[in-house]
Design a protein around this ligand. Structure first.
Ligand SMILES: *Cc1c(COP(=O)(O)O)cnc(C)c1O
Length: 249
């Protein structure tokens, strides 16, 4: 066997693996929707590809996926650069984001799920403006505000009390579009009441900002509970890609 056919064999094994995980996951999402009378078309699967190579994204693209979630600027930037030939690809930044990375993220991200302060929103707005001026992008950035469901500000997310002001700030930013909310339930608690609280916050937000329809909630372990409470986007890593080499949260 030549090296080349060896590599091809590895690739087709990985394709079979991802294809079967994807089929299982879409069936899981569909049955979670049916169980509560929701149309599966309302819930988008966002594959989370952090720590996995660009070749996996290429395989998933071949299987029909077009949107991908990444959580670190440097890693994502390198993948975006190497996958420029996939013309319909869209990138979501879902991880914690420092203000000094906003300019870089504004070059590659179509959406950011982790905006939790006015200062960060302002930096992203400026970054998108600069990228537009430089001809590096031509569309506004979709912004989901991350809400904190625990009382630990260290884990990211805006306190619910500060959500209305932040939403107004994002909605008024020239290069940002307020698209919805994101949250991660606290570790080691029943996610059900957390997602219920999140749904209430989303309803209140929608009353002020009807365009903010996205609710990014649910991961490998809790997507059924999130779908029961109105999730429109489940961010799934492990259940699709397999275990990550290092844990990131
Ligand atoms: C890594 C990550 C996920 C995916 O988590 P899994 O449990 O592997 O599905 C979802 N959301 C965010 C913000 C993440 O950082």
């Amino acid at each position: 066997m030549t090296t080349e056919s060896g590599a091809t064999a590895v690739e087709s094994t990985r394709t079979a693996e991802l294809s079967s995980a994807l089929t299982g996951l879409l069936a899981r999402i569909e049955s979670a929707c049916r169980a509560v009378g929701r149309d599966p078309a309302e819930v988008k699967l966002l594959p989370v590809t952090k720590f996995f190579p660009a070749s996996d994204i290429e395989i998933l693209y071949g299987l029909g996926r077009r949107e991908f979630g990444e959580s670190r600027d440097q890693e994502a930037g390198a993948k975006v650069a190497s996958l420029g030939h996939l013309s319909q690809i869209r990138w979501h930044m879902i991880g914690r984001l420092q203000r000094n990375k906003a300019k870089s993220v504004a070059r590659w991200a179509d959406a950011v799920h982790s905006v939790d302060s006015e200062r960060l929103a302002t930096a992203l707005d400026a970054g998108v403006g600069a990228a537009r001026d430089a001809g590096e992008r031509d569309v506004p950035l979709q912004v989901l505000i991350q809400v904190s469901l625990d009382r630990d500000p260290g884990r990211g997310g805006v306190a619910p009390a500060d959500l209305p002001a932040l939403a107004a700030h994002v909605a008024e930013s020239a290069n940002l579009q307020l698209a919805g909310l994101m949250a991660i339930p606290p570790l080691d608690v029943d996610p059900e009441p957390e997602f219920a609280r999140l749904a209430t916050l989303h309803e209140r937000l929608l009353a002020e900002h009807p365009q903010a329809r996205e609710l990014s909630a649910g991961m490998s372990g809790d997507l059924e509970a999130a779908i029961r409470h109105g999730s429109t986007c489940v961010r799934v890593g492990t259940a699709l890609m397999g275990a990550r080499p290092i844990t990131s949260r």
